[in-house]
Design a protein around this ligand. Structure first.
Ligand SMILES: *[C@@H]1O[C@H](CO)[C@@H](O)[C@H](O)[C@H]1NC(C)=O
Ligand SMILES: *[C@@H]1O[C@H](CO)[C@@H](O)[C@H](O)[C@H]1NC(C)=O
Ligand SMILES: *[C@@H]1O[C@H](CO)[C@@H](O)[C@H](O)[C@H]1NC(C)=O
Ligand SMILES: *[C@@H]1O[C@H](CO)[C@@H](O)[C@H](O)[C@H]1NC(C)=O
Ligand SMILES: *[C@@H]1O[C@H](CO)[C@@H](O)[C@H](O)[C@H]1NC(C)=O
Length: 496
């Protein structure tokens, strides 16, 4: 998801940024389209050469095949020069298959993010030394955290790619690489309102790492597309067996569906002192780190005035409340009073495989305080079931990775009920009067008084989609939800 800004505040600089982004997106679209057309042809050629040089007659042919793979692979990226310069110097001889180039590209990305993290981690760095503004200092702190998350996601992608066939873990790779890119862009966005020189420095520190992350994502997307088109799955199988993670054992899954979770909870939090802890944050401190076993926390009714962070080391946590209007977490951090958007969330989730049920999250800062997030999720495979999320600007910050919401009070677009409070024009431009033609917005088979699309804005980017296109956005295809959502007990329909 892109950045969140105060609507209606437009200046020239912003317009320029927007224009630049628009151009970049256009470029991405064009690259995307041309790569689809070429993918099959080029990929076949590359594989043809690789397999004919598989025996002992090598020599010049090898170099040729290296050049071919490299060209094929770098051609699909947005930053071709970076691609050639980084991979070309490493790949000097021998046969290199596209998937090996992909792994190499991820290693380069990892090392560049690691290097960037060093710059930001250097507290004595002259650029960051004289900072006094609290929001800028917080933005810098956020960058350190965000780059840490980017490293984790690249690292997970690498181990996943090493241990499994790339095609078997394609959706994970795509999700995590995309998240790694989002984290770096969020770091940059934290400096959007600050002085230009500082922002330029931040952008330059992240130039290599963002480019290599983007390239890696483009390469794996291309490999997947080409291999699927040509049915080359067999060729891409790795010698290692597939060790795709089992998110939840079926026995455990059954338990969650049948037992009264509140009675089974590992930890009880209650404001009135009838539980082990009075604050959710205190309970979370005692959740084991990186646990593969689920920890269930029951939070009894009451309003909990605290800002909660589910840290990235807290895996497989489930929080269950007494109802979306009975157990409420409440905070009021906001942008106007000096907190970057990323840090305003009342409830922020970084730990993977999180589940919340029957809970309310709110930010009470009010509309005058601009960005003030109630719930932010930056973790992979998070489920929210019967939750209420309440605030003004940026109520829900669905930051990165795969997330599922069911029977929650916020917003929705597909096969959903839209009430009469939905403005008939449906969509607002992000800023100014620019009606973006490069966005992809779609409404599909919604019902209710607000569902008619007759008077919607006439933007190129707002599309009428077919069932076939809608299939891409189903739980099965878009979220790979069959693997992980049932653990929450939330009902869902996996395809259209
Ligand atoms: C491979 O590419 C490099 C530069 O891109 C070129 O100098 C070299 O001659 C090429 N080798 C072969 C065998 O095509
Ligand atoms: C990547 O993960 C491995 C363990 O899987 C760890 O040893 C290594 O330090 C990690 N690297 C980074 C840069 O986080
Ligand atoms: C991946 O494989 C390496 C050895 O190739 C092993 O050391 C590592 O533990 C494996 N990681 C996972 C997540 O299975
Ligand atoms: C970015 O990568 C290039 C080589 O591709 C290198 O010359 C340059 O020093 C790198 N920049 C930073 C900031 O690390
Ligand atoms: C989890 O890890 C953090 C830091 O890595 C440590 O401070 C904390 O004590 C650990 N918590 C538990 C419950 O092991």
């Amino acid at each position: 998801m892109s950045s969140f800004k105060s609507y209606g505040k437009v200046d020239e600089h912003e317009q320029m940024v927007l224009e630049a982004r628009r151009k970049t997106r256009k470029r991405i679209t064009i690259v995307g389209l041309s790569s689809i057309v070429l993918a099959g042809v080029v990929f076949a050629a590359v594989f043809g050469i690789v397999s004919t040089t598989g025996d002992t007659s090598q020599g010049a042919n090898d170099v040729h095949s290296v050049n071919n793979s490299l060209k094929a692979v770098c051609d699909v990226t947005l930053y071709k020069d970076s691609c050639y310069s980084s991979l070309g110097s490493v790949v000097e001889s021998g046969q290199v298959r596209p998937e090996e180039l992909f792994m190499l590209s991820m290693r380069v990305a990892l090392s560049q993010v690691s290097k960037a993290a060093e710059y930001f981690g250097d507290h004595d760095h002259e650029v960051f030394k004289g900072l006094t503004d609290s929001r800028t200092k917080e933005a810098l702190k956020n960058c350190r955290e965000l780059l840490g998350l980017a490293l984790d996601h690249l690292n997970s992608s690498l181990s996943s790619g090493e241990n499994s066939s790339l095609l078997d873990v394609f959706e994970d790779l795509q999700t995590w690489l995309s998240a790694a890119g989002t984290y770096q862009h969020t770091c940059i966005e934290g400096f959007e309102n600050e002085n230009k020189a500082l922002k330029a420095t931040v952008v330059s520190y992240l130039k290599n790492s963002t480019q290599f992350t983007s390239n890696s994502l483009a390469i794996i997307t291309w490999i997947h597309k080409a291999a699927t088109t040509l049915n080359l799955r067999r060729l891409l199988s790795s010698p290692h067996q597939n060790e795709a993670p089992e998110w939840l054992h079926s026995k455990e899954r059954k338990l969650f569906l049948t037992e009264d979770l509140k009675k089974k909870a590992d930890i009880v939090v209650a404001k009135d002192g009838s539980g082990k802890y009075k604050k959710i944050s205190d309970a979370l401190k005692h959740v084991p780190n990186m646990s593969h076993k689920r920890t269930v926390i029951y939070v009894k009714r009451g309003i909990y005035y605290e800002n909660v962070r589910l840290e990235k080391t807290k895996w497989n946590v489930m929080i269950i409340g007494d109802g979306m209007t009975s157990t409420i977490v409440s905070g009021s951090r906001n942008f106007v009073d000096g907190t970057p958007t990323f840090s305003t969330a009342t409830f922020a989730v970084f730990g993977r495989n999180f589940i919340a049920r029957d809970m309310g999250f709110r930010n009470t800062a009010g509309p005058l305080k601009h960005q003030a997030v109630a719930l932010m999720t930056s973790a992979d495979q998070a489920v929210y079931y019967r939750c209420h999320i309440d605030a003004y600007q940026d109520t829900l910050y669905a930051h990165s990775n795969r997330q599922f919401y069911r029977e929650c009070n916020i917003y929705v677009y597909m096969r959903s009920r839209l009430e009469s409070f939905v403005n008939p024009s449906g969509w607002l431009p992000w800023t100014g009067n620019s009606a973006p033609d490069t966005i992809f917005y779609a409404e599909f088979q919604n019902v209710g008084p607000g569902a008619s699309t007759k008077n919607r804005v006439k933007w190129k980017g707002l599309r009428t989609i077919t069932s076939k296109q809608a299939t891409k956005f189903t739980i099965k295809d878009f979220l790979q939800g069959d693997r992980w959502i049932s653990a929450s007990g939330a009902p869902f329909k996996s395809d259209l």
